[in-house]
Design a protein around this ligand. Structure first.
Ligand SMILES: [Zn+2]
Length: 346
């Protein structure tokens, strides 16, 4: 559960923003005067972060396109671009599979869609409640109206509508030093469930959910005709997954169930590049963390011994150098694996 840390500068910025927002609103009433209108426009521009540079979309399959986020974590330099934005071009319009990490990233994704098709965006699916996957909803509602269907599992919707939603919005502002300013929480407005299908003319989407993996509510979306499945953060290409709300056992169970239901696919992650081996590769890494912890618990060995065994495990050691966030996070995620192994053994 992410916490909002209130730093003195954060408080100052919020207060200032309230003032700036108030001024802009008051000025709007006087917009008949050209100089006041100009001021309002400038204030609006100032309290919103700058546009995000274009990232030309990569074609994954006949219908599926990827706006790839190269970085795994948000910084001022990348303006929060840390998660992929995926879109599916169907006969009935464009369907978003996650929407980006901010208003500005959603707007960039929309510009990239326009390089491929003039069709409107007709639906969004949000994979889970971590803000890097849905804060871009704001851009699409701005462009296509508040009635644009935004689909998510019930638990994801509740989290985004609750404290988690606004916490992610403010954390993203802080991590990017204000580059995402202007982004509003736009929560999903439709609840979906495992097994549902959606038809968009020539394209069928099938929804999958198999219990807690990366979070308690990870939606995977299968683009049936293309044999491509977007898996959100259940598996990652180049980055260590946040396991604070997740489960190792659950993740491996999820992979097995998803593979059984969908068959061999191109697996497209929220972080990293698509691959037919993604579930196997990331599953090996997760098992390389979890299995030594299970053994340590069985042997009555302490957490430190488990940590050493995990770092020695070739499934983990081989990934250490190329995986974003490994150094900073592996210790914490081994502890979580050890605690889960203890709980499972009890
Ligand atoms: Zn996530």
């Amino acid at each position: 559960m992410p916490m909002i840390q209130t730093s003195p500068s954060g408080i100052r910025r919020r207060d200032w923003l309230r003032l700036a927002g108030g001024s802009a609103c008051a000025a709007a009433g006087l917009a008949a005067f050209p100089e006041v209108r100009l001021f309002a426009q400038q204030a609006q521009h100032f309290i919103a972060g700058p546009p995000v540079p274009d990232v030309p979309p990569q074609r994954v399959s006949q219908r599926v396109w990827l706006v790839h986020a190269r970085d795994g974590f948000p910084t001022a330099a990348n303006q929060g671009l840390m998660a992929n934005v995926v879109f599916v071009v169907t006969q009935q319009g464009v369907v978003m599979l996650d929407s980006g990490c901010s208003l500005q990233i959603g707007e960039m994704a929309l510009r990239m869609i326009r390089t491929v098709t003039p069709q409107p965006v007709v639906a969004i699916f949000n994979s889970h409640y971590h803000g890097d996957h849905w804060l871009g909803n704001h851009a699409f509602v701005n462009a296509f109206g508040a009635d644009l269907p935004i689909h998510a599992l019930a638990h994801t919707r509740a989290q985004i509508e609750g404290a988690e939603g606004s916490a992610w919005r403010s954390m993203m502002e802080r991590w990017t030093q204000g580059a995402t300013l202007g982004t509003k929480v736009v929560a999903p407005n439709r609840t979906v469930a495992h097994g549902q299908t959606f038809d968009f003319g020539d394209t069928r989407l099938r929804l999958h959910h198999y219990g807690t993996a990366h979070t308690p509510s990870d939606l995977s979306v299968e683009v049936v005709e293309d044999r491509v499945t977007y898996v959100g953060d259940v598996a990652m290409g180049n980055r260590i997954a946040n396991m604070d709300d997740g489960s190792y056992v659950g993740t491996l169970r999820y992979y097995a169930a998803l593979h059984k239901a969908a068959g061999d696919q191109t697996w497209l992650p929220g972080h990293g590049l698509p691959s037919r081996d993604l579930l196997k590769d990331y599953g090996d890494f997760m098992a390389g963390i979890y299995e030594p912890c299970v053994q340590a618990v069985k042997d009555g060995a302490p957490m430190d011994a488990a940590r050493a065994a995990v770092l020695r495990d070739p499934r983990v050691a081989s990934r250490a150098a190329g995986m974003q966030g490994f150094e900073n996070n592996i210790g914490k995620y081994i502890s979580l694996a050890y605690l889960e192994a203890e709980k499972e053994a009890f």
